[in-house]
Design a protein. Structure first.
Length: 157
């Protein structure tokens, strides 16, 4: 887009040096085209800037505590070897809870699909609990997916 703008601007300057009588109409059209292209470039830049902020906010919501899975794995190993298994379990509990509820609260997804996603999430975290020699919290394992989905859907109406 910017390249096209520069090409048009260059051609306007070249055109203006070789003009003949009656070319004012052509200059006006080209001039307005350049102005419109400039405004559209500014609008596009501001939209991309806003979108970048939105992506950052989404990342913060989807990655609780700023930890991705590989970072979580590293932190758990580090805490276990420093003798802080209880702290590692607390971190893991919070991360699991956030991920399970992120799957539960996807609006518009069927109950069956949500159950599968929650089961996948629980299986994924089970290996971390085994590594720490802890059990997965019962309150998370016993979540009633249908009830949570129904309650969440009622908030949208």
């Amino acid at each position: 887009m910017t390249l096209a703008f520069m090409a048009i601007a260059t051609s306007v300057f070249a055109y203006s040096s070789y003009r003949s009588p009656g070319d004012e109409i052509g200059e006006g059209i080209i001039g307005w085209t350049i102005v419109i292209m400039g405004i559209l470039n500014i609008v596009l830049f501001s939209k991309i800037w806003t979108m970048t902020k939105d992506v950052h906010q989404l990342k913060e919501q989807l990655c609780p505590n700023g930890l991705y899975e590989y970072q979580l794995r590293q932190k758990i190993v580090e805490l276990k070897h420093m003798g802080k298994s209880d702290e590692a379990k607390t971190l893991l509990d919070e991360h699991l809870k956030n991920n399970v509820f992120a799957e539960l609260l996807v609006y518009g997804r069927s109950v069956e699909s949500t159950k599968k996603k929650v089961e996948e999430c629980l299986r994924k975290y089970e290996k971390y609990y085994r590594y720490l020699n802890f059990e997965m919290p019962d309150e998370i394992k016993r979540i009633d997916v249908e009830k949570v989905k129904e309650e969440y859907s009622s908030l949208w109406m």
